[in-house]
Design a protein around this ligand. Structure first.
Ligand SMILES: *Cc1c(COP(=O)(O)O)cnc(C)c1O
Length: 386
């Protein structure tokens, strides 16, 4: 299906709302029925229609339809945040006593769930270096139910060979879940490669304007309905209609924003690689990246998020660089219109910094929608000030 059709028309029954171009925000908690039999049907299966907005809502449905097709999946649920989507995906596929194999250093709140929440229910997790399929093979136990992936990782961009992991999981009857936030469905389609359940935060590129949170799960109709019937309704973490509306608006410009950011990022990377204070740049589609060949086979693109290792003897030099930036802001998150910097050493206490460890000198840069030259001038003056 044409991406232009998906983003501009699919799911939008404009004759139902006065031919308005922008869909209405159905800001309602509940829906009226005329017949008791209709109520019965909805009580039996809330996925069959509109009863209460903790379940289905028409504005959210427009978004769900677009996102499912974008991902090449059968169905989709949208949550109030990416973290909620991760939680529901994991919870729906585990029972007490089960085992998870996860890539090492997954997104903070995925890791927190594996380390803090799941052990309370007897679920254990083994972390593996996902760059080698052999590590997954060795970690799988008889009670392994889920393999959790994040490819690329959003700090060091390490990839997993998705086809190989999917094959292994299929043969062992294990469900695979991936965090696909870095690529979005435009740049990586994990279903086509055999992954079962795809999560992404909509807070980043899908929203694109740093004004709403959201989280997406796409998968088979059976898997998504199962999650709807239990975790989605029970946790009550579905997205609100207004936030869904903002995400529909974000989707309209997604390809244009990603194209623009891809171009700008190329210029910024070229500048960084040529700067004497930069030791190296980490970016999955850069030819110096250790998994560049794999990245080219399973990703169609990569755009604004990269890391670089700064040359520094003291943490103060990195602090001075970050605090000298005039336009690039220091903040968590990424995927919006605004460029951002995040130094890894921000979580260090005094005395933790070891200049011999390149990981300690890592900074994550998100390239937004500004002009390349504007960003490069800002980076250059901040390097000069350190
Ligand atoms: C931000 C982020 C999440 C979590 O999404 P929220 O919408 O903030 O809950 C998950 N994975 C990755 C890679 C992220 O960057």
């Amino acid at each position: 299906m044409d991406i232009s059709y998906i983003l501009n028309e699919l799911g939008e029954d404009r004759e139902n709302y006065f031919q308005a171009i922008a869909p209405p925000i159905m800001q309602t908690s509940n829906f009226r029925v005329e017949k008791v039999s209709e109520l019965k049907k909805l009580f039996d299966d809330e996925y069959s229609g509109y009863l209460y907005s903790r379940g289905l809502n028409p504005t959210v449905d427009i978004l769900r339809k677009k996102l499912a097709v974008l991902d090449g999946a059968e169905d989709c649920l949208v949550f109030n945040s990416g973290a909620a989507a991760i939680f529901a995906a994991i919870l729906a596929n585990l029972r007490s006593g089960d085992h998870v194999v996860s890539v090492e250093k997954p997104y903070t709140w995925a890791q927190r769930m594996f380390d803090v929440v799941l052990p309370r229910f007897g679920v254990t997790t083994t972390y593996v270096d996902g760059t080698d399929i052999g590590n997954f093979e060795r970690a799988v136990l008889p009670n392994t139910r889920v393999i959790y992936l994040e490819s690329p990782n959003s700090w060091d961009y390490k990839l997993q060979d998705l086809v190989a992991v999917a094959e292994l999981a299929r043969s062992e009857n294990i469900t695979t879940i991936i965090d696909n936030s870095y690529c979005t469905p435009l740049y990586q389609q994990p279903f086509a490669l055999g992954i079962d359940l795809v999560m992404q935060t909509a807070t980043k590129y899908i929203g694109g304007h740093s004004d709403t949170l959201g989280g997406i799960l796409t998968g088979s109709r059976a898997m998504i309905k199962r999650i709807f019937d239990s975790e989605y309704l029970n946790i009550g973490s579905g997205i609100q209609p207004f936030n869904a509306w903002l995400l529909i608006r974000g989707l309209r410009t997604l390809p244009a924003r990603l194209d623009r950011i891809t171009q700008t990022t190329r210029s910024v990377i070229a500048f960084l690689k040529g700067h004497p204070l930069v030791e190296s740049v980490l970016f999955p589609l850069d030819e110096t990246f250790p998994q560049y060949e794999l990245a080219k086979t399973q990703m169609r693109g990569a755009c604004g998020l990269l890391s670089f290792i700064m040359k520094a003897q003291k943490m103060e030099e990195i602090v001075r660089f970050c605090e000298s930036l005039r336009h690039i802001m220091m903040a968590v998150s990424w995927g919006g219109h605004e460029s951002l910097i995040l130094p890894r050493c921000a979580s260090f206490g005094p005395g933790d910094f070891d200049p011999a460890d390149p990981g300690h000198r890592m900074l994550r840069l998100y390239v937004g929608l500004e002009e390349a030259d504007y960003l490069i001038r800002d980076l250059a003056q901040a390097f000069d000030a350190t």
